[in-house]
Ligand binder design. Structure first.
Ligand code: NAP
Ligand code: HSE
Length: 431
């Protein structure tokens, strides 16, 4: 039986996960492909570090990227190191050497995806990236193949396992933020720099990649409004619970009369919705196609085996194409140039909101806030004030009806400047 050889760029959490699955499911893989898959070499930074999985005597560890791309026996380069510059160089050199590439690197794809897809096309090679979005959930293939004929009206989801793990632990166990983050790091969910997870940037990277797959256009990363979860306090989680919601970090995109509206925000989700029940490192994506209607995918969004599973699926996809002597369609839009999206300005977007004002507990405060809301066309659905008389600041929580972002922001600016305001207003969207 022929053997397909892999050069792994990176042998950390995901690289080890891939190696474990190749070992665990070797017979099944060979039966499906009529080929064996072997790791020939793996690129690492530290050759002396203890590894989670032993590569065996036939594979070598190296700290020289050129050893992978210059090795004529390596058929596919699998980039699993993360970061931008070294990963980009490795992939471009792999293309130039005529090698196909699989990557899990959403940051790289969001920043340099257009360049990489172009280079893959020019070199007639495959660039597969299922693992880059939502870990083990097959959302890339779903958009590219299963729903290829549908127009996606909207897509919304939990796309970061670390952030979802933190919010779940804070909500269900009352765990503090930093302990939950440390756990997520220990479990292999977090990025090398976890700021990407907790500040929403990793979710934005995935959203950027998925918008390309769903709509065939580029929504530049810098145009996506991003709010992370570091501002979500136990108090907000408790208020949300009392109003019948759970707080989740969501990414969303929707087609509003031919313009795309997208963003990443913590949001209050009615607790009866499936997406509110998605816990731990799980992710979920709900989309609506104009033919298929609503579809929901749910699964582990981070971790060695779930992510390794998605990487392996891409490798097998490539091998099937290699056997037929054809190059896969990388973007799902048949090699067409990806043009910039028509974007609805974020301030024109509409949502229901949760506002938590921290104010002095004195006469006239509620009247002043509601007057400002009325002036800016912000309509109140529910309100509650809690706290002890005499405290320096008490929380006043207001839930609104549908409101334009521009109006909400103008109202907050006005109220934050009032003399009774003790802390700036906390604002979350409501689904
Ligand atoms: P990781 O555990 O930190 O592993 C990274 C690997 O790459 C390590 O083996 C490291 O070498 C090597 N490496 C990093 N920079 C290098 C450089 N400049 N030169 C040579 N080797 C280098 O990361 P990971 O969690 O596996 O993530 C890998 C990629 O998958 C990232 O793009 C990440 O965003 C993506 N991803 C991760 C998950 C997840 O659940 N972890 C899920 C989906 C996607 P050393 O071992 O010697 O340090
Ligand atoms: N750090 C990412 C997460 C890994 O927590 O979702 C999966 O992309």
């Amino acid at each position: 039986m022929d053997v397909i050889k892999l050069g792994l760029g990176g042998f950390g959490t995901v690289g080890s996960g891939l190696a474990k699955i190749l070992d665990m499911n070797a017979d099944r893989i060979a039966k499906r492909l009529d080929r064996k898959i072997e790791i020939k070499s793996a690129l690492v930074r530290d050759l002396n570090k203890k590894r989670a999985f032993d590569l065996g005597p036939n594979a070598t560890l190296t700290d020289n990227p050129d050893e992978l791309v210059n090795d004529p026996e390596v058929d596919i380069i699998v980039e699993l190191m993360g970061g931008l510059d070294t990963a980009r160089d490795l992939i471009l050199k792999a293309f130039a050497a005529g090698k196909h590439v699989v990557t899990a690197n959403k940051h790289l794809l969001a920043e340099h995806g257009l360049e990489l897809f172009q280079a893959a096309r020019e070199n007639n090679v495959g660039l597969m990236f299922e693992a880059s979005c939502a870990g083990g959930i097959p959302i890339v293939q779903t958009l590219k193949e299963s729903l290829a004929g549908d127009k996606v009206n909207n897509m919304l989801g939990i796309m970061n396992g670390t952030a979802n793990y933190i919010l779940s632990e804070m909500t269900t166990k009352g765990m503090d933020f930093n302990t939950a983050l440390a756990d997520a790091q220990d479990l292999g969910y977090a990025e090398a720099d976890p700021t990407f997870d907790i500040e929403g940037f990793d979710t934005a990277h995935k959203l950027c990649v998925l918008i390309r797959m769903a709509y065939g256009v580029d929504y530049p990363l810098e145009d996506i409004p991003v709010q992370g979860i570091t501002g979500v306090t136990p108090m907000d989680i408790q208020f949300a619970r009392e109003f019948g919601y759970r707080i989740k970090l969501l990414a969303h995109v929707m087609d509003v009369d031919g313009q795309l509206e997208a963003g990443v925000h913590p949001a209050l989700v009615p607790y009866t919705y499936l997406i509110a029940r998605v816990g731990g490192n799980y992710n979920a994506i709900r989309l609506t196609g104009n033919a298929v209607g609503p579809v929901m995918l749910h699964g582990q969004g981070a971790g060695d085996l779930p992510t390794g599973s998605a990487v392996l699926a891409d490798i097998m996809h490539l091998i099937r194409h290699m056997k037929q002597g054809v190059t896969p369609d990388n973007t799902g839009f048949d090699g067409l140039a990806i043009e910039k999206a028509k974007i609805l300005p974020p301030e024109e977007s509409e949502s229901k909101y949760y506002f938590r004002f921290t104010v002095a507990d004195r006469t006239g405060v509620m009247a002043a806030i509601t007057k400002s809301m009325a002036t800016h066309g912000v309509s109140i659905a529910q309100a509650v004030q809690k706290g002890e008389a005499g405290a320096e600041g008490v929380p006043l929580v207001i839930i609104t009806h549908e409101t334009r972002a521009k109006d909400a922001n103008a109202m907050i600016e006005e109220v934050d400047a009032m003399d009774f305001t003790v802390e700036p207003c906390v604002k979350f969207r409501i689904l």
